[in-house]
Design a protein around this ligand. Structure first.
Ligand code: SAH
Length: 366
């Protein structure tokens, strides 16, 4: 295949995407990265959008085989932050000038939880209005599969972006990493409900899941395009002790360099194929490489999520082993992120929601 020609195409076949993902020669990877960066600059600009991340609860009704906060993991102490603590975090996020926050938790579908989320979103929206942010902080939710009615409630409360990873679009692989109660079909359906409720829709996959092929990842990217996704969050699969997938730890360790490169290629190729979507440089990248998040930005990502979860619960939200920033204060994380972004020659866009251009382009009001 002719790399130079493919990099400048508009439409891509699964074969071409797979070829781009497979690049490993330093010069070719650099060519891919530069093209991704160029596309990012053209469609999204060079600013980096920040969302303060608050992992507000680790209670979870699901039992995903890869995840450290799965319901069967009894080594985790379960917590739900108080509304006060979440609001404090929101005010901090405003102080740092980030403009947006992500509220993430394990999955729960009970009324008490749903009401809690609705209330806290409303409070955050009403308490964070200012001259710089006339409509308050932008709120992104990441609280799992819900009904249309619930998604609508969340949207009406003021949240306007929603993240729900598909994890993998290969039906067999999805089955291998989830209990049978969780299905790929229901995930896909949830994504369409999120869209129907009015949200900017974010999804993503784990990269280098044991058994996953490059063709699977190529199909994942085609799925993002087909589903008209607005935002992407992807990161390497990392082993977690006390989960059924712990047994792959040695293999994962051995493939460390390959996985990191593949994760970065996945960001670049998604950028080149999808062009104007928001792409996050995720914490899991930094778990693999101290400069993983900077590398993600250099490979075409335009969103970063500074850790704003209060320190006293952070250790209980270990989705995977080696999660960074567990001992760092919120102040430290904020400074650290700023310097990490600056080291890539870019800046964080202050007091800005940083909405997905892909969404705003398609939803211009007349
Ligand atoms: N329950 C919420 C959010 C919590 S999990 C939801 O389902 O949306 C957030 C993401 O962490 C998951 O979607 C998954 O992709 C990622 N994750 C979980 N365990 C992981 C692991 N071992 N390695 C890498 N990423 C993991």
């Amino acid at each position: 295949m002719d790399l130079n020609k493919i990099l400048y195409k508009d439409d891509f076949s699964a074969e071409e995407i797979e070829y781009l993902l497979s690049l490993s020669n330093i010069d070719e990877v650099e060519q891919l990265r530069l093209r991704a960066y160029e596309v990012m600059k053209q469609y999204c600009g060079e600013y980096v959008s920040a969302r303060g991340l608050v992992e507000f609860s680790n209670y979870c009704v699901n039992d995903c085989y890869y995840c450290g906060i799965r319901k069967s993991n009894q080594t985790v102490s379960r917590y739900l932050l108080s509304k006060d603590d979440i609001l404090k975090a929101a005010h901090r996020i405003v102080e740092y000038g980030y403009g947006s926050m992500v509220l993430q938790s394990g999955d729960r579908n009970d009324k008490e939880f749903i009401d809690f989320v609705v209330d806290i979103v409303k409070e955050i929206k009403s308490q964070t209005r200012s001259e710089q942010l006339p409509e308050g902080l932008g709120v992104t939710l990441c609280v799992g599969e819900q009904t249309l009615e619930t998604y609508k409630k969340f949207y009406e409360a003021g949240a306007h972006r929603y993240l729900l990873r598909i994890e993998t679009t290969n039906p067999e692989l999805f089955k291998q990493i989830h209990p049978k109660e969780q299905t790929l079909e229901s995930r896909k359906h949830a994504l369409s409900l999120i869209k129907q409720a009015g949200f900017q829709v974010g999804t993503g996959v784990m990269i280098a899941i044991p058994g996953q092929t490059l063709r699977d990842l190529a199909n994942d990217i085609l799925f993002f395009k087909h589903y008209d996704i607005d935002m992407l969050g992807m990161g390497p699969y990392l082993t977690t002790t006390n989960t059924p997938m712990e047994k792959f730890a040695d293999a994962c360790q051995k493939n460390h360099d390959y996985t990191l490169r593949l994760a970065l290629n996945m960001i670049s190729v998604s950028r080149i194929v999808l062009k104007d979507v928001n792409i996050a440089s995720t914490t899991a990248l930094q778990a693999m490489d101290d400069e993983g998040r900077e590398k993600g930005l250099l490979h075409g990502a335009n969103v970063i999520m500074p850790q704003m979860t209060p320190m006293y619960v952070r250790k209980e939200y270990q989705l995977y082993d080696g999660k960074p920033c567990l001992e760092d204060s919120v102040e430290h994380c904020s400074n650290c992120i700023k310097f990490r972004v600056i080291s890539t020659g870019r800046e964080i866009a202050m007091n800005d929601w940083g909405d997905s251009k892909h969404f705003t382009k398609n939803h211009k009001h007349a």
